[in-house]
Design a protein around this ligand. Structure first.
Ligand code: 13P
Length: 252
């Protein structure tokens, strides 16, 4: 039985002051946290304040990226040991916005993933096709390429420590969510691929989130799908009531 996991990706939103207010509000909204793992991923500069605000609460804190080296002359980067030291538990890796705007590739995603695992952070690895790729029937090819490239060389032990997120780029921030059936067919495809790359038992244990215009209105029908184990939420995670409603809707 896979425990549902809902993560909020705050992207480039919330100053430290605003982040503390949102974290405090989330604590009030999410009193009962049983049956679902809850994660918030603020910008780097908010991580200390949000970790402090949530220290006595079950909401875990994640980062939105991590560099692959531990330390050294890499101006502007943030390493896994730095995140660990702040109490960060999760890290989003390979989000489509990083692939699109910051030249992230499967190779760099794989390096970041290994660094995260080495230091005991739980990676949330994002995969997904854009609109042109979907319209030219390349969805499965792209998702396969993202999974195989990003997860390359992982051991059976390591793959069980990650969370995958299927995020069709055309559904991100557009209000155009994938239908539950469209999402499910990619989720089952990913799970079968994991079965081939690792084994069926492991494939059955890895959690796969859906991301792309998830709201309180569509979470229940998405979670009703057999292979959807949670959501990676952008816009609707920026307001405590809508994020809390999504968390509640995710309890299968
Ligand atoms: P939206 O929920 O705003 O579509 O964003 C999804 C996303 O990119 C989460 O990582």
């Amino acid at each position: 039985m896979r425990k549902p996991i809902i993560a909020g990706n705050w992207k480039l939103n919330k100053t430290p002051h605003e982040a503390i207010l949102l974290a405090d509000e989330l604590k009030r909204e999410l009193v009962d946290t049983t049956g679902v793992d809850i994660v918030v991923c603020p910008p780097f500069v908010d991580l200390t304040d949000v970790s402090d605000a949530l220290v006595d609460h079950d909401i875990a804190v994640g980062a939105q990226n991590v560099f692959w080296e531990d330390a050294g002359a890499f101006t502007g980067e943030i390493s896994a040991p730095m995140l660990k030291d702040l109490g960060v538990k999760y890290v989003i890796i390979g989000h489509s916005e990083r692939r699109q705007y910051f030249y992230e590739t499967n190779e760099t995603v794989n390096k970041r993933l290994r660094a995260a695992l080495k230091h005991g952070l739980t990676p949330i690895v994002c995969v997904g096709e854009n609109l042109a790729q979907r319209e030219s029937n390349k969805t499965f090819d792209v998702v396969k390429d993202h999974c195989e490239g990003s997860l390359s060389g992982l051991t059976k032990d390591e793959i069980q420590k990650i969370v995958l997120a299927y995020e069709p780029v055309w559904a991100i921030g557009t209000g155009k969510t994938a239908t539950p059936q469209q999402a499910q067919e990619v989720h089952i495809f990913i799970r079968q691929l994991l079965g081939k790359l690792f084994d069926d038992e492991i494939a059955g244990s890895v959690r796969i989130q859906y991301g792309g215009s998830v709201t309180p209105d569509n979470i229940v029908s998405l979670m009703a799908q057999a292979d959807i184990d949670g959501a990676l939420v952008g816009g609707a995670s920026l307001k405590a009531p809508s994020f809390a409603a999504i968390v509640k809707g995710a309890k299968k």
